[in-house]
Design a protein around this ligand. Structure first.
Ligand code: DC
Length: 229
């Protein structure tokens, strides 16, 4: 099987949920003036579309059909990318724990992953793309110029999530959030297809004790070393 290659410069940021990869990817894309792919959003959109259409989550073929026929657009807006599904802005509904858990189930299905592969690669365009997810550096963009694997302890990630929810005035149980994060980590890293793991040539960064600006500075050094910033 020949490995996919793109001539566009790609920086991949993979890691578990809550590691800060989405924030870093968005800041990096803005700093470089590059396009941004939030691949987790595609799995979340697939889960939400399947929910809206009343699809049976045990039916892998039906879920793959939903992924193949997504009517989704990513529109640049003041607070990042607005995600529009079938004409409706869904950015907020995508971030719920319920949709996240369903996305993780949907993402374990090889047929769904295959259906979303080309769609993800189509985001690559000059002058470059920042792609965040679980398998950006291992499967989707194996020849990416810079690969980062960003992680943090499960407790720290639950703490960050708790803080975000608290800020929005949403009550949450820390123990429940921690258990959800651990269950999702387990499912994402144990699945047979495209499991969560660092690419062999990825730089591994543990952000447990790092601020966003510190992580961004380390990533920018990698971009400099490749002559891209
Ligand atoms: O990053 P996130 O929480 O938005 O991702 C939602 C789910 O999608 C998560 O459980 C893992 C899955 N996912 C994946 O399997 N591969 C990706 N490239 C991105 C996300």
């Amino acid at each position: 099987m020949s490995e996919f290659q793109t001539s566009v410069h790609v920086a991949t940021i993979d890691g578990p949920s809550g590691s800060g990869k989405g924030t870093i990817a968005a800041l990096l894309a803005r700093r470089l003036g590059w396009a941004l792919l939030d691949s987790g959003a595609l799995y979340r959109v697939t889960a939400l579309a399947a929910m809206n259409q009343g699809v049976d989550f045990a039916d892998a073929d039906a879920l793959a059909a939903v992924a193949s026929n997504l009517d989704v657009r990513f529109i640049p807006s003041e607070d990042g990318l607005a995600i529009v599904l079938a004409g409706e802005r869904v950015s907020d509904s995508l971030r719920t724990e319920e949709v996240g858990a369903l996305a993780s189930r949907v993402a374990a299905l090889p047929a769904v992953r295959a259906a979303l592969l080309q769609c993800q690669r189509d985001f690559a365009r000059n002058p470059g793309l920042v792609a965040d997810g679980r398998d950006m550096g291992t499967v989707v963009f194996p020849n990416a110029t810079v690969k980062v694997f960003l992680t943090a302890s499960a407790e720290e990630r639950a703490k960050r999530r708790f803080g975000q929810l608290h800020q929005k005035g949403i009550d949450a149980s820390f123990d429940r959030l921690l258990a959800d994060i651990q269950a999702r980590d387990e499912r994402d890293s144990q699945r047979a297809v495209a499991p969560l793991r660092p690419a062999d040539d990825a730089i591994i960064l543990d952000s447990t004790q790092m601020s966003i600006q510190e992580v961004l500075a380390v990533v920018m050094v990698q971009m400099h070393l490749k002559g891209l910033a």
